[in-house]
Ligand binder design. Sequence first.
Ligand SMILES: [Zn+2]
Length: 260
Amino acid sequence: MEQMSPLALGFVGSLLAGAMTAVGASPVLLGQIPSRATRDLALGFAAGVMLAASFFSLIIPALDAAESRFENGAAPAAIVCVAILLGIGAVAWMNERLPHEHFSSGREGPEAASLRRVWLFIFAITIHNVPEGLAVGVGFGADGLSGGLPLALGIGLQNAPEGLAVAVSLLGEGYDKGRAWTIAALTGLVEPIGGALGAGVVSLSQPLLPWGLAFAAGAMIYVISHEIIPETHRRGHQKKATFGLSIGLVLMLFLDVWLG
Ligand SMILES: [Zn+2]
């Protein structure tokens, strides 16, 4: 793997991480669905991994990259702050703008509202997989194997409960096992698109590196706050969700410091 180009590493690494979404959804195919409490714990874990990855694998490297260009002073921090806000703003804008109403056509009333909520959740999971892929790609593009590996591992780990959450919510709306699993798997397959893009951009352009890293962090932070944490707190399992978040956070911190 050492001889692969950063672009190829970014693509393969993010593809493998994205494939974990399908692996995580597979209990649905076997008819073995973990309890809601277990799923909230696992999704809380995903939020913790994403939170730690945002800071330790993206924001801190973004600050380092900006400092190596601009010395200390206000410029590096300002660049990273602006890029984080741009990342948050971009996903918020996409969430508002992209049409998803048509998924609920043909149904009326509260049933349609629940189907719409499920599709909004799936939409958000899919969208945030682009910056996750971007993060993995940027990691490989900036620092080769050692930069990308902890991110690919951590992002892969947190994709599993996300895939399960998507597949289970579709089952709840009456989709059959095969379709629920396939849609969940597809949400993960957008990850290599971000991966190739991220690795390509940062290996071509060093000045873009802090911007790319911090933008990807902002996009992830939006989804953690807007979708994942609220989803884990909707059914009264806040304690388990927070426990999962804590474990995910320290595990990702450990992986990043140990492998990064
Ligand atoms: Zn995620």
